[in-house]
Design a protein around this ligand. Sequence first.
Ligand SMILES: *Cc1c(COP(=O)(O)O)cnc(C)c1O
Length: 418
Amino acid sequence: MDALARSLADTGLPHPLRVDAARAAIAEGDPEDVEARARRHAHTAARAMLQSVVNATGVLLHTNLGRAPLAVAADAAFTNLELDLSSGRRGSRHAHAAALLARLCDAEDAIVVNNGASAVLLVLAALATGRGAAVSRGELVEIGGGFRVPEVMEQSGAKLVEVGTTNRTRRADFASAVENPANDTALALKVHQSNYRIVGFTEHVTVAEMSSLNVPVVADIGSGLLDAACPWLGDGPPAWLAGEPAARQTLADGAALVTFSGDKLFGGPQAGIIAGRADLVSQCARHPLARALRPGSLVLNALQQVALAYLRRDGQSIEFWRMASLATAGLESRAQAVVAESGVGEVAPMASVPGGGTLPGTEIDSCGVVLDGDHTAALRAGTPPIIARVSDGRTWLDLRTVAPDDDQTVIAALKALG
Ligand SMILES: *Cc1c(COP(=O)(O)O)cnc(C)c1O
C-alpha cells in the first residue's frame, strides 16, 4: 500500500490522501491494474477539492459556482481587525468594511455577518424575540437553499404576524396588524420576492407606505444592489436591472434597516449586510448571535476592497459588474476568435442571466460558441474545469461569464474535443 501511495506522488496530493486512494484501490480486490485504479481514486479526490473553474454558463451569479467571482490574494499578516489605530485601544470589527458600506448606503451604521440568511435571523432575534414581526402573506417565501421566511422567523424566536393575503396586501392590513395589541408587533418585515413573481390580481405595500406604521420597517432586499442609479457604471443602470430594489433608495424610502447578501449583485464575498438606523444596528451588534455569525478578516478585507471600488465609482474593477456590463460586440469578436483558433463550433447569440435568485426571467444579450452534442462532461473533466450549458442537444459556451484570460483555456479544451 505504501509503495502504491508513493507511486502517486506526481498527483500532488498529500501522502494521507494518496494512502486513502491506494487503500480504496486495494480494497476493490482485483490485483490487476491496481495502480490505474488508485490513480482514478486519487483523481476523484483531487476533483473534490475547491478549485477555480471557468464559468461558461452565462449565469453571472451561479450558486453552484460560488455566486460572484472574487479575487482573494492576501499575504499572511496581522490586521487591525479589532484595534483602533488612533487610540491604541480595542476597536470594532465593524469599523472598516461595515463603515464603508454604511457610507455607500447612506445609512447611519452597518454590520456584517456571515450571509443574507444570518442577517435576517440576527435582525429578527435582536429586535423581535418573543414579540410579533408582521409580514405580508405574499412574502412568506422560500429562497433557494432552504431559506424559508417562516422558518427563519421561528428560529429567531420572533412570532410571525401574517398580514393580508397571498396576492393582495394593503397598507391598512399592516396598520391593523400593528395596532392590534395582541400581536405585540416589534417590526414590519418586507421580503423581496427575489426568485419568483406573483402576477395578475395583485397588490403590494411599498416600503414608503409601510414607513408610516408605528414600528420600524426592516427590508430584506436580498440581492444587494447598492444604488438604483448605479453611479459605478459609466452608462448608468442597465435596462435588465429595472425594478430591483436598492439599499440606498429603500432606506431613503423609510426602511429602518435593510439586509442583503454580499455575493449577489453587490459582487463581493459571501456575507450578509445589515445597514440602517444606528440604534437598531447596535442592538443587532450586541445580541449574542452576532458573535456566532460574525465573519473573519478574510471576508471583511474582501468586502472592504469591493466597497472601496464602489466609492471610487469603479464598477470595472468589480468582476461581477465588469462582466455584466460587457458589450455584445466585444463578446462576438472573442467568440469568432475562439471558433477560428479551435476550429470547433460556431458563433451564436445567446442570453446570459443575472442568476443567484435575483431578477427572475431577466436576460442579458450575450454571445458565445455553440457546438453540436453534449460535451459538458468532457469540458468539466479538464483542468481547469469548464462549466457549460446544454440545450436542444447542443453545448453552449457563453463568453460573458468567461474571463478574457480564460479564452485560451476554452480554445484548448475545444480543440481537444476536436
Ligand atoms: C438570497 C436571499 C436571501 C439569503 O441570502 P444568503 O446570502 O443566500 O444567505 C435572503 N433574502 C432574500 C430576499 C434573498 O434574495
